[in-house]
Design a protein around this ligand. Structure first.
Ligand SMILES: Cc1cc2nc3c(=O)[nH]c(=O)nc-3n(C[C@H](O)[C@H](O)[C@H](O)COP(=O)(O)OP(=O)(O)OC[C@H]3O[C@@H](n4cnc5c(N)ncnc54)[C@H](O)[C@@H]3O)c2cc1C
Length: 536
């Protein structure tokens, strides 16, 4: 069963090995595991529902608790400490576009706020329920998950927007196709959620981000239905898909999505290459991105992330042998690991890997074969479970990400990490922080930093720590010319930084656009746009 207050299936654990735990303790001190609230106790805090009865709506307390938050660190703090201050008044489970229309009409008639709910994996407060005089209804899309149409000639597939990643891939695989969209949250996130948060998958180099995969859509908005038709390309004015992408539930409810699909690859390979230090590694991955050899994945870890991954991997003896070999090849203390992947026909894969390795060899890269890449592929949706085991040892793990142009990448990485350390130094606390470049482009890269620090066991104190670190790192991103999000979206946590990026005219044009689709302001208010979001 899915964990209500953590990540994933409760039958799956990813224990931290003893060496990794000692490593963490040596870096930031021993953690003290906080005591978790019980679900039954939290359910007792749920007030009576204010919703008028409706056949599609369930008002039981447990469902309302489970739909009150996402997966951000402050969401975890609220769930784990039993400090959820507001709950939706009910959860609707539509099964068709007609059901969604019915719910929108009901909400307009009774002045009810709607929060569309995909897989609940948001990490930036998209789903947060705030105090409201209007009743709040969570609209869970999980029953709208069917493959509705498959056009093999045009390589297009239409799905219900609530389909989860594994189900979507299984339905396509039965016909010999893939979407190729694999965010780390793949197991629990949905197609609709990906579209409205502008998600990016781990193999986006081959398949594209969700904005390249989205071909068409059906959206039920309070003002009516918007059908976005599919064309291979169009010069007919602004592209309406761009309004939907990143709309974060503000515009309406996405019910059907048509995506561009690809035949399943005949072959897939992942390789690892080590570099002696960050500077040479960054230059090498930039050269690869700008040469475009046809890879599906390219990822570069900095020295601390490389060390952390090797420690977490266990297999001390094998890693020891690898490190001795790398030392002989001048990759020692500051070494950085790069993972590359290629998918497609065997000849395409061979060509892409060969070309990438030719470039790395010009930058002192040491190719160590496929074993580490294969391991990464096996564990790519399992590593997330470390958040649960770290918590049980008294540690919080948070991530902050951005994207910027190549000349800013290194300064961005150093500034984000330093901002996180400084934010905790005020309390004489240490942060274990590390970074990777997860998505690389000719122009620049996404910079993705992880921060591990100790929990205090006191909700207010831990919340204040998170707020201070998040604010400091977000401010560093803005100051260094990065976007406030490369892939997680805006939600409520990033909304205060949106104007710095879009400008006041940009933000007001978005307000007016959403007001057009949602004149009463009932769609997920308070998210995406900064707080004062009523258009007169
Ligand atoms: C451990 C972890 C790893 C992650 N890794 C990645 C990653 O690699 N790449 C990445 O891009 N993101 C990642 N994320 C972030 C998250 O998974 C994405 O933002 C994802 O797209 C959210 O999808 P969801 O279905 O869970 O949406 P939810 O979290 O349920 O909702 C997110 C927003 O979308 C709206 N929404 C959802 N469905 C609809 C709909 N049908 N119509 C209208 N609005 C809707 C909601 O109202 C909300 O505003 C990660 C998150 C976690 C917890």
């Amino acid at each position: 069963m899915r964990r209500w207050n953590g990540w994933g299936d409760d039958s799956i654990t990813y224990a931290i090995n003893a060496d990794a735990l000692s490593f963490l303790q040596a870096r930031i001190g021993q953690g003290t595991p906080p005591k978790d609230a019980e679900l039954v106790q939290v359910c007792k805090q749920v007030p009576d529902s204010r919703l008028p009865a409706h056949s599609l709506i369930d008002t039981d307390a447990m469902g309302r608790v489970k739909h009150s938050l996402g997966q951000s660190l402050p969401d975890w703090l609220k769930m784990r400490f039993g400090k959820i201050s507001h709950f939706p008044d009910g959860v609707a489970y539509p099964e068709s576009t007609a059901d969604v229309r019915d719910l929108l009409d009901y909400a307009r008639q009774h002045g009810i706020t709607l929060i569309p709910y995909g897989g609940g994996t948001s990490v930036v407060g998209h789903l947060a329920v705030t105090e409201s005089v209007q009743p709040i209804l969570s609209v869970d899309m999980s029953r709208m998950s069917q493959l509705l149409n498959l056009d093999k000639e045009a390589q297009l597939a239409t799905f219900g927007a609530g389909v989860f990643g594994p189900d979507l891939e299984a339905q396509l695989r039965a016909h010999g196709y893939t979407l190729g969209h694999f965010p780390q949250s793949f197991e629990y996130s949905t197609l609709g959620g990906w579209v409205v948060t502008r998600s990016s998958g781990q193999q986006s180099l081959r398949y594209g981000r969700i904005e390249q995969l989205l071909a068409g859509a059906r959206v039920e908005t309070p003002a009516g239905r918007l059908d976005i038709k599919t064309f291979p390309a169009s010069a007919a004015g602004p592209d309406l898909r761009e309004i939907l992408l990143g709309s974060e539930g503000r515009m309406g409810i996405l019910t059907e999505v048509t995506v561009r699909i690809t035949p399943l690859p005949a072959c897939e390979e992942f390789h690892a290459v080590f570099f002696p230090d960050w500077d040479v590694a960054q230059t090498a991955v930039r050269a690869i991105s700008q040469t475009r050899p046809g890879l599906s994945m390219l990822r570069l870890s900095n020295a601390t992330e490389t060390l952390t991954s090797l420690t977490l991997a266990g297999h001390k003896k094998l890693i020891g042998l690898l490190e001795s070999y790398l030392r002989l090849r001048a990759c020692d203390e500051g070494k950085c690991v790069m993972l590359i992947g290629a998918s497609g026909e065997k000849s395409q894969v061979r060509h892409a890997i060969k070309l990438a390795l030719k470039i790395t060899s010009q930058y002192k890269g040491v190719h160590v074969g496929k074993a580490m890449g294969d391991k990464w592929k096996q564990g790519r949706f399992r590593n997330v479970y470390l958040r649960n085991s770290a918590w049980q040892q008294g540690y919080a793990i948070d991530t902050v990400e951005t994207a910027c142009d190549w000349p800013r990448v290194k300064t961005m990485m150093l500034s984000m990490e330093q901002a996180g350390r400084d934010a905790m130094a005020i309390e004489n606390e240490l942060v274990h922080t590390y970074t990777h470049l997860s998505h690389l482009y000719g122009q620049g890269a996404s910079v993705y930093s992880t921060f591990v620090y100790r929990l205090t066991g006191d909700y207010e104190h831990d919340y204040a720590r998170w707020r201070r670190l998040k604010s400091a790192v977000s401010a560093a991103i803005v100051a260094n010319g990065g976007t406030i999000s490369h892939q997680h979206g805006v939600g409520s946590d990033h909304a205060p930084y949106l104007e710095a990026e879009k400008g006041s005219l940009g933000v007001s044009s978005m307000r007016h656009l959403f007001k057009h689709f949602d004149p009463q302001g009932i769609m997920n208010p308070g998210k995406l746009l900064p707080a004062e979001d009523v258009v007169q």
